[in-house]
Design a binder for this molecule. Structure first.
Ligand SMILES: O=C(O)CCC(=O)C(=O)O
Ligand SMILES: [Fe+2]
Length: 310
């Protein structure tokens, strides 16, 4: 692999079978693809990135008012130097805000906490929710392709993700002041969730670990959306679709003197979904590698490991 494969999303409507093969094979080999012709309005992406720049430019004292300790960083602000990649020794060089599914009335799952919005940046709410909804829709199309690739019905994931604990994460990596820091912008990790859709930064830094153990810089066509497999989908497929390790390294100058902004959308299962290997993904020769676990239990276990839940 010298970068990640590109998958043309317009084939979803024009050639679904072709789309299924392209996305399934892309994931089986790399765990990472870039989606082109995805139909997502560029203005929605740019408006969300612009407002996240405004948000992170607020003074720390203001941002910290929106930090909700004890909730696993599930909503609102998480300050610089809080998250640490699993098994890492140094914290990541980033701050972020978590937006969850916006729910009207009584939530079906109490695990989905209400959103927290910054009073100082009123448009943050509408812009983030429009990006959340668009990425949620796009993610479900990707999942329909994956379901068919795995020999399941096209709508296999629908009832399992429709009220999921999905998270939109505007991220800010500030300029690197101490060039000798042992920390990196985001230490090597795998995503916890089902799939991740990533919009934003075209600045260098994001790298994925190939099967042969080399770090490959992610280079993509402008406007494409990166989409990768998370640990929950890896468990569901008994490793057939790999959750690929990735990181964001500190770039060389002049990029190191500039902030980096990106917005991943972590698509999650509904909290009560039991993640257990699909029938098509295990056999006598390929026994189950993972114990069944609910999405909610698994999420909490992983949040403890990365320092977001005590
Ligand atoms: O900022 C990026 O490009 C990647 C972020 C990421 O991998 C994460 O937040 O899980
Ligand atoms: Fe990630």
């Amino acid at each position: 692999m010298n970068s990640i494969p590109h998958v043309d999303m317009s084939r979803y409507d024009s050639d679904f079978e072709g789309f299924v093969q392209a996305i399934g094979e892309g994931y089986e080999v790399n765990g990472f693809v870039a989606l082109t012709q995805h139909g997502l309005d560029n203005d929605i992406i740019h408006d969300a990135l612009d407002i996240s720049r405004e948000l992170f430019a607020l003074p720390d004292e203001i941002k910290k008012q929106y930090h909700m300790p004890g909730q696993g960083g599930a909503r609102g602000y998480t300050p610089f130097g809080t998250e640490i990649a699993k098994d890492a020794t140094h914290v990541d060089l980033k701050e972020f805000w978590h937006v969850g599914r916006e729910i009207e009335g009584t939530p079906k799952y109490p695990q989905l906490q209400p959103n927290v919005w910054p009073a100082e940046v009123p448009e943050f709410k509408t812009r983030m929710l429009s990006l959340f909804n668009e990425l949620d829709k796009l993610g479900r199309r990707v999942l329909a392709g994956i379901a068919v690739y795995l020999g399941e019905e096209r709508d296999y994931f629908e009832s399992r993700v429709d009220s999921g604990n999905s998270i939109l994460r505007p991220l800010h990596y500030p300029p690197i002041i101490d060039e000798g820091t042992p920390s990196v912008r985001a230490g090597a990790h795998e995503d916890i969730n089902v799939i991740t859709l990533l919009v934003g930064s075209r600045e260098p830094g994001l790298e994925v670990l190939s099967k042969s153990g080399e770090w490959i810089p992610v280079t993509i066509i402008d406007g494409a959306i990166i989409c990768n497999v998370g640990d929950m989908l890896q468990r569901l497929t008994n490793g057939v679709l790999p959750s690929t390790t990735h990181r964001v390294v500190n770039p060389p100058a002049p990029y190191s003197h500039k902030s980096r902004y990106s917005i991943p959308f972590f698509l999650h299962f509904n909290p009560d979904v039991v993640i257990d290997a699909l029938e098509t993904c295990h056999s006598e020769d390929n026994p189950k590698q993972f114990e069944p676990i609910t999405a909610d239990e698994y999420l909490n276990e992983r949040l403890r490991e990365i320092g977001l839940l005590k």
